[in-house]
Design a protein around this ligand. Structure first.
Ligand SMILES: *[C@@H]1O[C@H](CO)[C@@H](O)[C@H](O)[C@H]1NC(C)=O
Ligand SMILES: *[C@@H]1O[C@H](CO)[C@@H](O)[C@H](O)[C@H]1NC(C)=O
Ligand SMILES: *[C@@H]1O[C@H](CO)[C@@H](O)[C@H](O)[C@H]1NC(C)=O
Length: 482
């Protein structure tokens, strides 16, 4: 029976937040390889290397260790999700979706602070129309096994949300098109529903921001993401196989009967946030809330997502994780400075503390307090003054036309986090390439210095990012993947 379904209006009444969906890159503009690193604190890149690559060059170095999954870009040649080219969003659409995600993160934080939120129809109206023919953004995906016998599912992973879900038969209301076969709980011997009277069901409120519902006796979850994507269905438990040696019985997940949005052809999402229903928390006995990942420099290369201490680089430098607001699922960090071309920008510390900051795997472009962004932009423009500027691209206001150049010198950018650790941003994280004639500085300013800053996934590329949830630390090492 089609009992399941809670209407999406139930969801839109709440503003859940977060998440993902939005990310990254349309295919393939592999930002290229560095040729020389000069003393002048710039990196020289060949303009031709900015062009798309259509071949997957798999770097499996990090996968020698146990408890590691390969991370690929949803739309690149390394992904199994063969998306129609026509359905891949443009960069302008991706950036608009990114803005929707950022608004929803702010809204969720405001809610946790006990303020009422204003994210409502006004914002929803700015979101690009999604007519159900999947738009499909380019998040990072991994493949895991669910059920007995196990079925492989390719899921987006997201540090900005908690609940893990996948589309499930019978798709009582709606399922979007996905690459893998849709999970059928009736074919699994280890599946069971969570009862709607159980405390486990009630714990959905903090994980999703929505009060759970009831279908017959089954617990019903609903989660809506910032870009108007949502999933509603039965809250259940099942055997989860991360790797052949890492198998978890009774893993709590959402069996989605009504799913819509910007998931591309991924089968759902893995929530790696800090709430107790996240995968991180549910596997804490084994991994101590410790995981790390590396996001590849382009869609034609691969990264990794690893659970537990194994394989973490010796050269990781750690900063302290903070809580950005009460009961938040976000990983709070403290940015204390930014350098451009080897020079520390003159930004007072209070600019960064006013709104605080988080790290997020699902936000594409790093958001800074406007005071910090304008200092970054003016120094970058000064050092790039030999190149002709191009039209802005959505939220990116500092773009260049490299048509007449065979190579360009890009100023190095690094971030300093509390504990005085300096993290160099890879050149692939400094520039966002729409085309050779429109290559943009990949940072944006918030509306106000009191808005939360976000360290986004473009800037995390090639870094090994280490989350030590139990130790309250976040680490970075360079050269995590290519
Ligand atoms: C789980 O709950 C749904 C909705 O009430 C029901 O249709 C389904 O048969 C239940 N499945 C199991 C295994 O109990
Ligand atoms: C590139 O060079 C051509 C020929 O000199 C010139 O006409 C054109 O304006 C230049 N384009 C840019 C973006 O500078
Ligand atoms: C870590 O710290 C050391 C010593 O300050 C420095 O040499 C190294 O470059 C740092 N690595 C990163 C990724 O910040």
């Amino acid at each position: 029976m089609g009992a399941t379904v809670v209407s999406p209006t139930f969801l839109s009444a709440y503003l859940v937040v977060v998440v993902c969906l939005v990310c990254s890159l349309k295919e393939g503009y592999a930002l290229g390889r560095k040729t020389t690193v000069e003393k002048s604190h710039t990196t020289t890149i060949h303009v031709s290397s900015l062009l798309p690559s259509s071949i997957c060059s798999s770097a499996t170095k990090a996968l020698d260790k146990k408890s590691s999954l390969q991370v690929v870009h949803k739309h690149g040649p390394c992904s199994q999700l063969h998306q129609d080219k026509a359905n891949i969003p443009t960069h302008a659409q991706i950036l608009l979706q990114d803005e929707a995600r950022v608004k929803s993160i702010r809204s969720k934080l405001a809610k946790n602070l006990g303020r009422s939120t204003n994210l409502d129809q006004t914002d929803a109206a700015n979101i690009p129309a999604n007519d159900g023919s999947v738009v499909g953004t380019g998040n990072y995906v991994v493949t895991v096994g669910l059920g007995t016998p196990k079925k492989d599912l390719t899921l987006i992973f997201d540090t900005g949300s908690d609940i893990t879900w996948t589309q499930c038969l019978p798709c009582a209301r709606s399922c979007y098109k996905q690459q893998d076969q849709i999970f059928d709980p009736s074919l699994s011997s280890t599946y069971s529903n969570i009862s709607c009277t159980s405390p486990t069901c009630s714990s959905l409120t903090s994980a999703t921001g929505n009060t759970p519902g009831c279908s017959s006796t089954a617990c019903v979850y609903g989660i809506q993401y910032g870009d108007s994507s949502f999933s509603v269905g039965i809250f259940a438990k099942e055997k989860l196989t991360l790797t052949p040696t890492d198998v978890f019985d009774d893993f709590l997940f959402g069996c989605g009967q009504n799913n819509q949005g910007l998931f591309g052809r991924a089968a759902g999402l893995i929530g790696l946030g800090r709430d107790k229903l996240s995968l991180t928390s549910q596997t804490a006995v084994k991994y101590k809330k410790f995981f790390s990942y590396c996001l590849p420099s382009s869609s034609s290369s691969t990264g990794f997502l690893s659970f537990g201490y194994g394989g973490v680089s010796k050269s990781v430098n750690f900063t302290t994780l903070s809580t950005i607001s009460q009961s938040s699922s976000f990983y709070g960090i403290n940015i204390i400075g930014i350098s451009v071309g080897g020079q520390k920008l003159p930004i007072s510390a209070s600019v960064f503390t006013a709104g605080g900051a988080i790290i997020d795997s699902g936000t594409v472009i790093t958001r800074l307090p406007p005071t910090a962004y304008s200092a970054l932009r003016s120094e970058f423009r000064k050092l790039m003054s030999q190149y002709p500027m191009a039209q802005p691209l959505s939220i990116l206001d500092t773009c260049y036309d490299f048509t007449n150049f065979s190579s360009v010198n890009v100023p190095d950018i690094s971030f300093t986090f509390s504990g005085s650790i300096e993290v160099p941003i890879d050149v692939t994280g400094v520039l966002y390439v729409n085309s050779i004639s429109q290559v943009c500085l990949a940072f944006a300013g918030n509306g106000d210095d009191t808005d939360v800053g976000i360290f986004g996934n473009t800037q995390q590329k090639t870094l090994q990012v280490v989350y030590d949830g139990a130790g309250g630390k976040l680490g970075f090492a360079t050269g995590g993947c290519t």
